[in-house]
Design a protein. Structure first.
Length: 78
């Protein structure tokens, strides 16, 4: 009888330990899920910002080309 009670106690201890570990892993998963969602949103915003900067950069380059072309044509006339 004593041996059986010890086996049951060890089993219950292992079950409790596994339940605590599962609870901790679920909490860790939720934290990581929230962080992943935040990073996804941040990444999307950064991509949109990069696309905007690329368009602005191309616009500035086009304007500089036009300015340089006009300046070159003016120098040739002079």
């Amino acid at each position: 009888m004593v041996g059986f009670d010890e086996i049951l106690k060890e089993r219950d201890d292992r079950i409790d330990k596994l339940k605590e570990e599962l609870k901790k892993l679920k909490a860790d998963f939720q934290d990581l899920d929230i962080k992943a969602g935040t990073l996804t949103v941040t990444n999307q915003k950064q991509k949109e910002h990069l696309d905007t900067l690329k368009l602005d950069h191309e616009d500035v380059i086009d304007k500089l080309h036009i300015t340089n072309k006009a300046r070159h044509e003016t120098e040739i006339k002079l």
